[in-house]
Design a protein around this ligand. Structure first.
Ligand code: GDP
Length: 297
């Protein structure tokens, strides 16, 4: 399960001082060294680690902690607070358009889980928000991407708008928006093409789709298993496109979880959802505080 490694490291470290009646600055220093190791081991971005440790240290050597009857627990609380802050503090809900339809553009590299997440997100929107989504197959390059989305649509009994692979993605999106108007869909989710790497042609196409559809949300789908790469991908997409949120997939896998901790502070964009499996109901809203609790055990 994700985060187990990091959780164990941090727990071991924090357990040691939890029961201590008194702690010194040296104790805090030693503990912070361990926290730093634990975060680096979890593949958290180095700059993020440094800032995190600095903030926690500053708060931990503060008077209140030293004077407290349970200084260890105080430090644990500070670490938890700061982990929560690092991941954005509050849960970040979907931004709906004032005037329907809400347009959500899904972007990301190939294999990140974009098409799967499109289906999962539609499930969330229908179930929890009472929406009537239209899924748009705008990935005309990856063999079988359209078919994959159509299969998902059938499975969920949700309509999929597709014009095959011979029409340009921008034109597909244009017609899909028309269709959404006619059929009274209040959410349109566009499954765009991915590539193996960020490249200019892909970005231009995404920009064209963005200009035409004026999305309320641009969700970058990234694979948590790719660690620091996920953070770099998020940075590139954000710089070139201006994403509004991140969906971190495959958090059910054997990831060390560093991406969850770094993405927010590197991009300033919130993680909105996490993918916890391949099934259509395996998408959860991302709650920074809950995640921090999970990391600390
Ligand atoms: P795309 O190329 O970005 O559209 O990626 P796909 O949606 O085709 O997903 C690639 C693979 O990742 C598929 O086998 C999915 O089932 C799998 N996948 C997507 N999200 C998750 C997740 O949250 N957990 C796990 N375990 N697998 C996922």
């Amino acid at each position: 399960m994700a985060f187990e490694g990091l959780a164990q490291r941090l727990q071991g470290t924090l357990q040691k001082i939890k029961g201590k009646g008194k702690i010194s600055e040296a104790d805090v220093k030693e503990m912070m060294r361990e926290v730093r190791f634990a975060l680096i081991e979890a593949d958290v971005n180095l700059k993020v680690v440094k800032e995190f440790v600095k903030t926690v240290s500053e708060r931990a050597v503060g008077q209140d902690v030293m004077k407290s009857l349970t200084p260890g627990q105080q430090v644990v609380k500070i670490v938890k607070d700061e982990l929560t802050n690092l991941m954005g503090g509050e849960q970040n809900p979907i931004q709906f358009a004032r005037k329907s339809p809400t347009v959500i553009m899904m972007v990301g590299l190939q294999g990140a889980g974009k098409t799967t997440t499109t289906g999962k997100l539609a499930t969330v929107l229908r179930k929890r928000h009472n929406k009537k989504p239209l899924l748009v197959a705008a990935d005309i390059y990856r063999p079988a991407a359209i078919q994959q989305l159509e299969t998902i649509g059938k499975q969920l009994t949700l309509p999929v708008f597709s014009l095959g692979t011979d029409v340009s993605p921008v034109e597909i999106v244009r017609q899909a928006l028309e269709e959404a108007g006619k059929e009274h869909h209040d959410v349109v989710i566009i499954d765009t093409a991915g590539r193996l790497h960020v490249d200019e042609k892909l970005m231009q196409e995404l920009k064209d789709i963005q200009t035409l559809s004026k999305p309320d949300e641009v969700f970058l789908v990234v694979d948590a298993m790719t660690g620091q790469d996920a953070v770099n991908v998020a940075k590139s997409f954000d710089e070139l496109l201006g994403i509004t949120g991140v969906v971190l997939t495959k958090l059910d896998g054997d990831t060390r979880g560093g991406a969850a901790l770094s993405i927010r502070s590197v991009t300033q964009k919130p993680i909105k959802f996490v993918g916890m499996g391949e099934k259509m109901d395996a998408l959860e809203p991302f709650h920074p505080e809950r995640m921090a609790s999970r990391i600390l055990g």
